[in-house]
Write a new protein. Sequence first.
Length: 537
Amino acid sequence: MTDLIIEGGALFATVKDRTVRGVLMPWGQASRQSLTTAPITFPRGTLKAPRDVSIVSANIEHDRFTPVARATSIEDTEAGLVAEFSVADTDEGDELLASIASGKLSKLSAEVKGIVRDGLFAVSAILTGAAFTSAGAFEGAGLFALAPDPDAPEAPAADENAPLAPDADGDIAISATEIPATVTITADGSEPTIFTPPLPPEGEALMGAALVPGTTLEAPAAPAGTSLREVAQALALFANNDDRSGLQSLEARPDKDTALFALNDVKITTAGSVGATAGIPQPQWLGELWSGRTFERRVIPLLSQAALTSFTIKGFRWLVKPTMAAWAGDGAAVPTNTPTTEAYTATAVRYAGGHAVSREFRDFTVEGFWEAYFAAMTDSYASLTDSAALAALVAGATTVTAGAVPAGANSGLVSIIDGAMAVIPTAVPSFAIAAPDVYRSILLGKEIDRLAFLNTSLGLEAGTIDNFRVIPHAGVAAGKVLVGTSAAATSYELPGAAPIRTEALDQIRGQLDEALFGYAAVTINKASGLALVSPAV
């Protein structure tokens, strides 16, 4: 991975608000060739901004000892990362705004670390800071910039006879096609000095000057048509004027063998590369992939709810209810009848599921496994109990045959209406569960039928039936509709979270015995409050 400084786009400043905005990192644009690093292109999404953008500070010309602004927003746009900065209310901040207004500082430059690249493209990197720079400015090794500014002033022509200046260490490095017999050096105000370069030991290759610790820069062989004089002129132009145009011109020639001053690529995916052979790139762990929607109960919410406190449910219901009648008075006998009841018994259905899970899943905290495991088991319990509830309703409902369908009417709506009319003497109906084919016919019916179906009230009793719901369900046989009232059936489950989770440690086998248990029951309180409607023959 590499740390780099990358030049971005133009700036827009608002002096009154002390804000500056610009493109911090353009997507899909190649950087210029540098002496130490090959060009690089950042596709969209490869540069990660910190979650808290306020930690991104900005300085002037990448001098981190002169922070002058702090990021207030960083947006990922089609053009690139667009950043807005709040300029400090200091003398340095005032100078920055003045420099931007005058055009002295017109670029926004990103400071990036941790670059992983695949050839000429970045794979990932982290944004650490920013700087306000002058147009076309480079700062040190590894500095990247966008394509040259067409409005920038033309650099002065190189003087091919200009002397070479030593670097900061007092050295001058010259690349040649072969070692010359003698080298003559003439410095200002001194006599020419002639010396003989030592030849390398037999069998050893000629190496260039070291550029980065641990790496070497190969002396490029001069391509056909490229003279040592042209190479020297390009070097002189860069040394005296910081102008790389000569080097770029040489590199762009079609007869070149290798790019000047380019380090060898360390690729990530190519066969035989560091990444492919050493397993350095780490896979991204996704956890559980989406495997379909989480099951949502559709039947049980339509019924009355009660807590299950015993495995067996017992009660009674009236066969003949006690009644009253008009009374003559004056000592006449009070009216009476003969009430009768019947006992009702229901047994809860037991549900369970378990697995012997290797304890490594707990010891090494496999991210997301346990949450996904218990979610899947709970999902299964919800699906089983909802299906069982519908089966109990269908089995306990009163059978009804729909009447004749009037011309132009929808048969599905007729079944719902006839079912509701059958339930009304017992209670106000609150739901209808339709077979998928019936539900589809309702949705595809004529406009007036569809509008009536989607309305929140149906004109069956006293003008409205509040909270009447119609849902499709594959558990209802084709062509049929189950209409009912919530009071006609009750769903019983254990109070609190269901199902119950249990765990036991198997020391001998090194496993965790995970199991879930649930209990549920559905009672049919009044069969006449449920109508299973079949279409007219």
